[in-house]
Design a protein around this ligand. Sequence first.
Ligand code: GLV
Ligand code: MN
Ligand code: MN
Length: 433
Amino acid sequence: MTSVGNTSAANLPPGDVRVDIDRLVARIEALAEIGAVEGPDGARGCARLALTDADRDARDLVVGWMTDLGLDIEVDAVGNVFGTCRGSQPELAVVMTGSHIDTVRTGGRFDGNLGVLAGLEVIETLITNDITPARSITVAFFTDEEGARFAPDMLGSLVYVGGMPLEQALDVEAVDDHQRLGDELLRIGYAGTLPCPGASFPHRFVELHIEQGPILEDEAIEIGVVEGVQGISWTQLVISGQSAHAGTTPMRLRHDPGYVAAEIVGFVRRLAGELGGDQVATVGRIELDPNLVNVIPRSATITLDVRNTDEPTLQVAERRIADEVARVAAAEGVRVESTTLARFEPVNFDPAMIDLVEQTASTLGYSTRRMSSGAGHDAQMLARVCPTSMIFVPSANGLSHNLAEFTAPADLERGANVLLHVILALARQNESA
Ligand code: GLV
Ligand code: MN
Ligand code: MN
């Protein structure tokens, strides 16, 4: 479903303003310097895992920009940060935008950061043009969207909407150094006082994000109109067997967790191919202990990331994997401890919000395509409490969760302009004359 909009001054929305792309790019570049990492090929990305020192420094920078813009800044008990620009009728529910500024360990400069900084750019554009809509506008960044240090992903927005009790979230342990999330929040100074779940929820939520996949670039489409987010299932398997000498132990007498892990890796790949459609399945982490050339491992830890836009098929995939894990473990005589790290059903965004994004992009003259999101987003949590949608811009070579992640300034500008005019339209809803 592709449409090409036509630009003419006559059918642009009222308040025909545009973002300042140089200002937006300058902020993206400055934020990307915090936790910057360079790959062997020269690609420069970010390692800013949630609630690390780098995350704290990035939070401080963004909060500084919010302060410069005169926003009211609030932090909730799970470390979500909200910067609000007051409207002319502050008693009306706010329009919220935003995303996250944590990254995976090999992350890019745009994932999440774009949505937050484009929100600030929208506010600065409105201030510069002396536009004060009725509703206040809040730019949020949510804690631990990536889930790469503390599972599940989208943890901060999940707690904000009441999908996970605060105490449970504060007790989550980091996968790397086993620090408690609540302790890390205190350590970096972002254990705020606003209650979780939120005391009130926004009128509407809209998030701008890079696509993180290849579709928009492949089809030369400028704006992705996001209809929903696919379901996600994360599982950790700890496989325990018998460590022994690699040279002396006959094959028939082994209880080898490494072999079982490898069988599971092959199985999930074949299963995704067999189920077809939108089914994807990934083993992103494999750790053998003790991980030595001449030792049968005593344990293997692996993670499974299984996703589908169709919930029944996702459940079929989960059952088939569980059956195969049990079968191969029994045959090899190893034990398996399975832990669900994250499980979210597919989410459909609000039809009127989807239409608003599509119409706004077309009115601005941008080509559009409706699509679902393969990646998880804070917007899927906000969709539980208010009408929500997302705007995608293309990712060069479809790369994300990769140091080389890139979106060209012209694409960033288009996405931010759609965000600007969607927010402006929403912030004027129910405006009294
Ligand atoms: C979050 O970025 C996810 O989709 O894994
Ligand atoms: Mn993201
Ligand atoms: Mn991400």
